[in-house]
Write a protein that binds this ligand. Structure first.
Ligand SMILES: Nc1ncnc2c1ncn2[C@@H]1O[C@H](COP(=O)(O)OP(=O)(O)OP(=O)(O)O)[C@@H](O)[C@H]1O
Ligand SMILES: [Mg+2]
Length: 329
């Protein structure tokens, strides 16, 4: 089993076991290569987030790792089990909340959960106990006897995740768990995810919300057209791209021109503003000192540090670029 040394959150001294390792994973649908030589390591009890534009291959990755779709090549180990040799053990160790809900709209929330308990081979008494516990924990008790089709999107998503937890999985795959949720429901889902991880569960999460990855993930990988284009903590990814700058706005053209010359920066088109590279305290002090020496006072000043949106936009391809890249390959 592979050992991964954690350098970010959690116990800094103890090496953690790997919950998921992926080596050389490949998948094509016909001519289209959807995953090309994917390698991943996810340490036990951490949150790993896979980011990428639409069509990057996130759902395909989740489907392969959760044994729903067969890979063309590669080695996958989950919770210590070899996915190719022992898919049954992998299945017993994992839970999956897919991008599209597994909730049966014609059944009540309670019936959906009891059905899951049966599928997980819990005895009727254990199943009943587990379902009541989950209804309570996910704030679903008042909805328990209503058919799921009448639930709001957020409630349905909570039920979906509750169903995933019936079998008490060690590793959970969440494919865009908060898409379509309002900010409050999203935060409630984040809290649930944090609690699960605090209890030792490993979470493999895909999301289109970069703030979500920033908030939750111990490590983030960016997937673009089936290839990993970056991997690291949110801070490491942000450090990789330039884009930190100080933006200064002036009241008149004369100050703007003087400041632009002094700071060797180009004014933004159609505004009285300019951007100076750098976002640290030292850069800020240097800029203000120079302006001060010349008696120039900016009207407003803002500091822009790169966020994950900048990382995403810098690292992933634009729509339409796909064809060109395909041709160049
Ligand atoms: N069963 C399939 N048959 C053929 N092509 C498929 C199949 N499943 C996925 N694909 C293709 O594989 C590529 C990756 O799809 P996938 O659903 O993994 O992307 P994704 O990153 O999850 O996108 P999204 O953000 O839109 O959910 C897409 O081009 C998709 O059309
Ligand atoms: Mg998807």
């Amino acid at each position: 089993m592979t050992l991964t040394l954690m350098t970010n959150r959690g116990d800094m001294t103890a090496p953690r076991r790997s919950a998921i390792t992926v080596r050389g994973l490949r998948k094509a649908f016909g001519e289209q290569v959807v995953l090309a030589d994917l390698n991943l390591d996810v340490a036990e009890g951490t949150i790993f987030s896979l980011l990428g534009p639409n069509g990057a291959g996130k759902t395909t990755t989740v489907e392969i790792l959760s044994t729903l779709v067969a890979a063309d090549a590669g080695e996958v180990h989950i919770a210590g089990h070899d996915l190719a040799r022992d898919p049954g053990s992998v299945r017993r160790s994992i839970g999956v909340t897919g991008q599209f809900s597994a909730v049966d709209g014609l059944l009540t929330g309670e019936e959906n959960l009891l059905l899951m308990a049966e599928l997980c081979h819990l005895s009727p008494a254990d199943g009943r106990r587990r379902v009541d516990e989950l209804l309570e924990r996910f704030d679903l008790t008042e909805h328990a006897k209503k058919v799921a089709a009448t639930y709001s999107g957020g409630t349905q998503r909570r039920l979906d995740l509750a169903m995933t937890l019936v079998g008490d999985p060690r590793v959970i795959f969440l494919d865009e768990p908060t898409t379509g949720l309002d900010p409050r429901s999203r935060r409630a889902m984040w809290e649930i995810i944090r609690e699960l991880v605090a209890g030792g569960t490993t979470i493999f999460l895909t999301t289109q919300y970069l703030e979500e990855a920033d908030q939750l993930a111990d490590r983030i990988a960016v997937l673009d057209q089936g290839r990993l284009v970056a991997e690291g903590t949110a801070e490491e990814l942000k450090r990789r791209i330039p884009g930190g700058h100080i933006r200064l706005e002036f009241t008149d053209e004369r100050d703007l021109t003087a400041a632009a010359r002094l700071l060797d920066a180009s004014p933004e088109p159609d505004s009285l503003a300019l951007q100076v590279p750098g976002s640290g305290v030292r850069a800020l002090r240097a800029v203000l000192d120079r302006l001060d020496q010349e008696g120039i006072e900016p009207e407003t000043l803002s500091v822009h540090t790169p966020d994950l949106d900048d990382v995403f936009l810098a690292l992933t391809s634009r729509p339409g670029a796909e064809k060109k890249q395909e041709a160049a390959r």
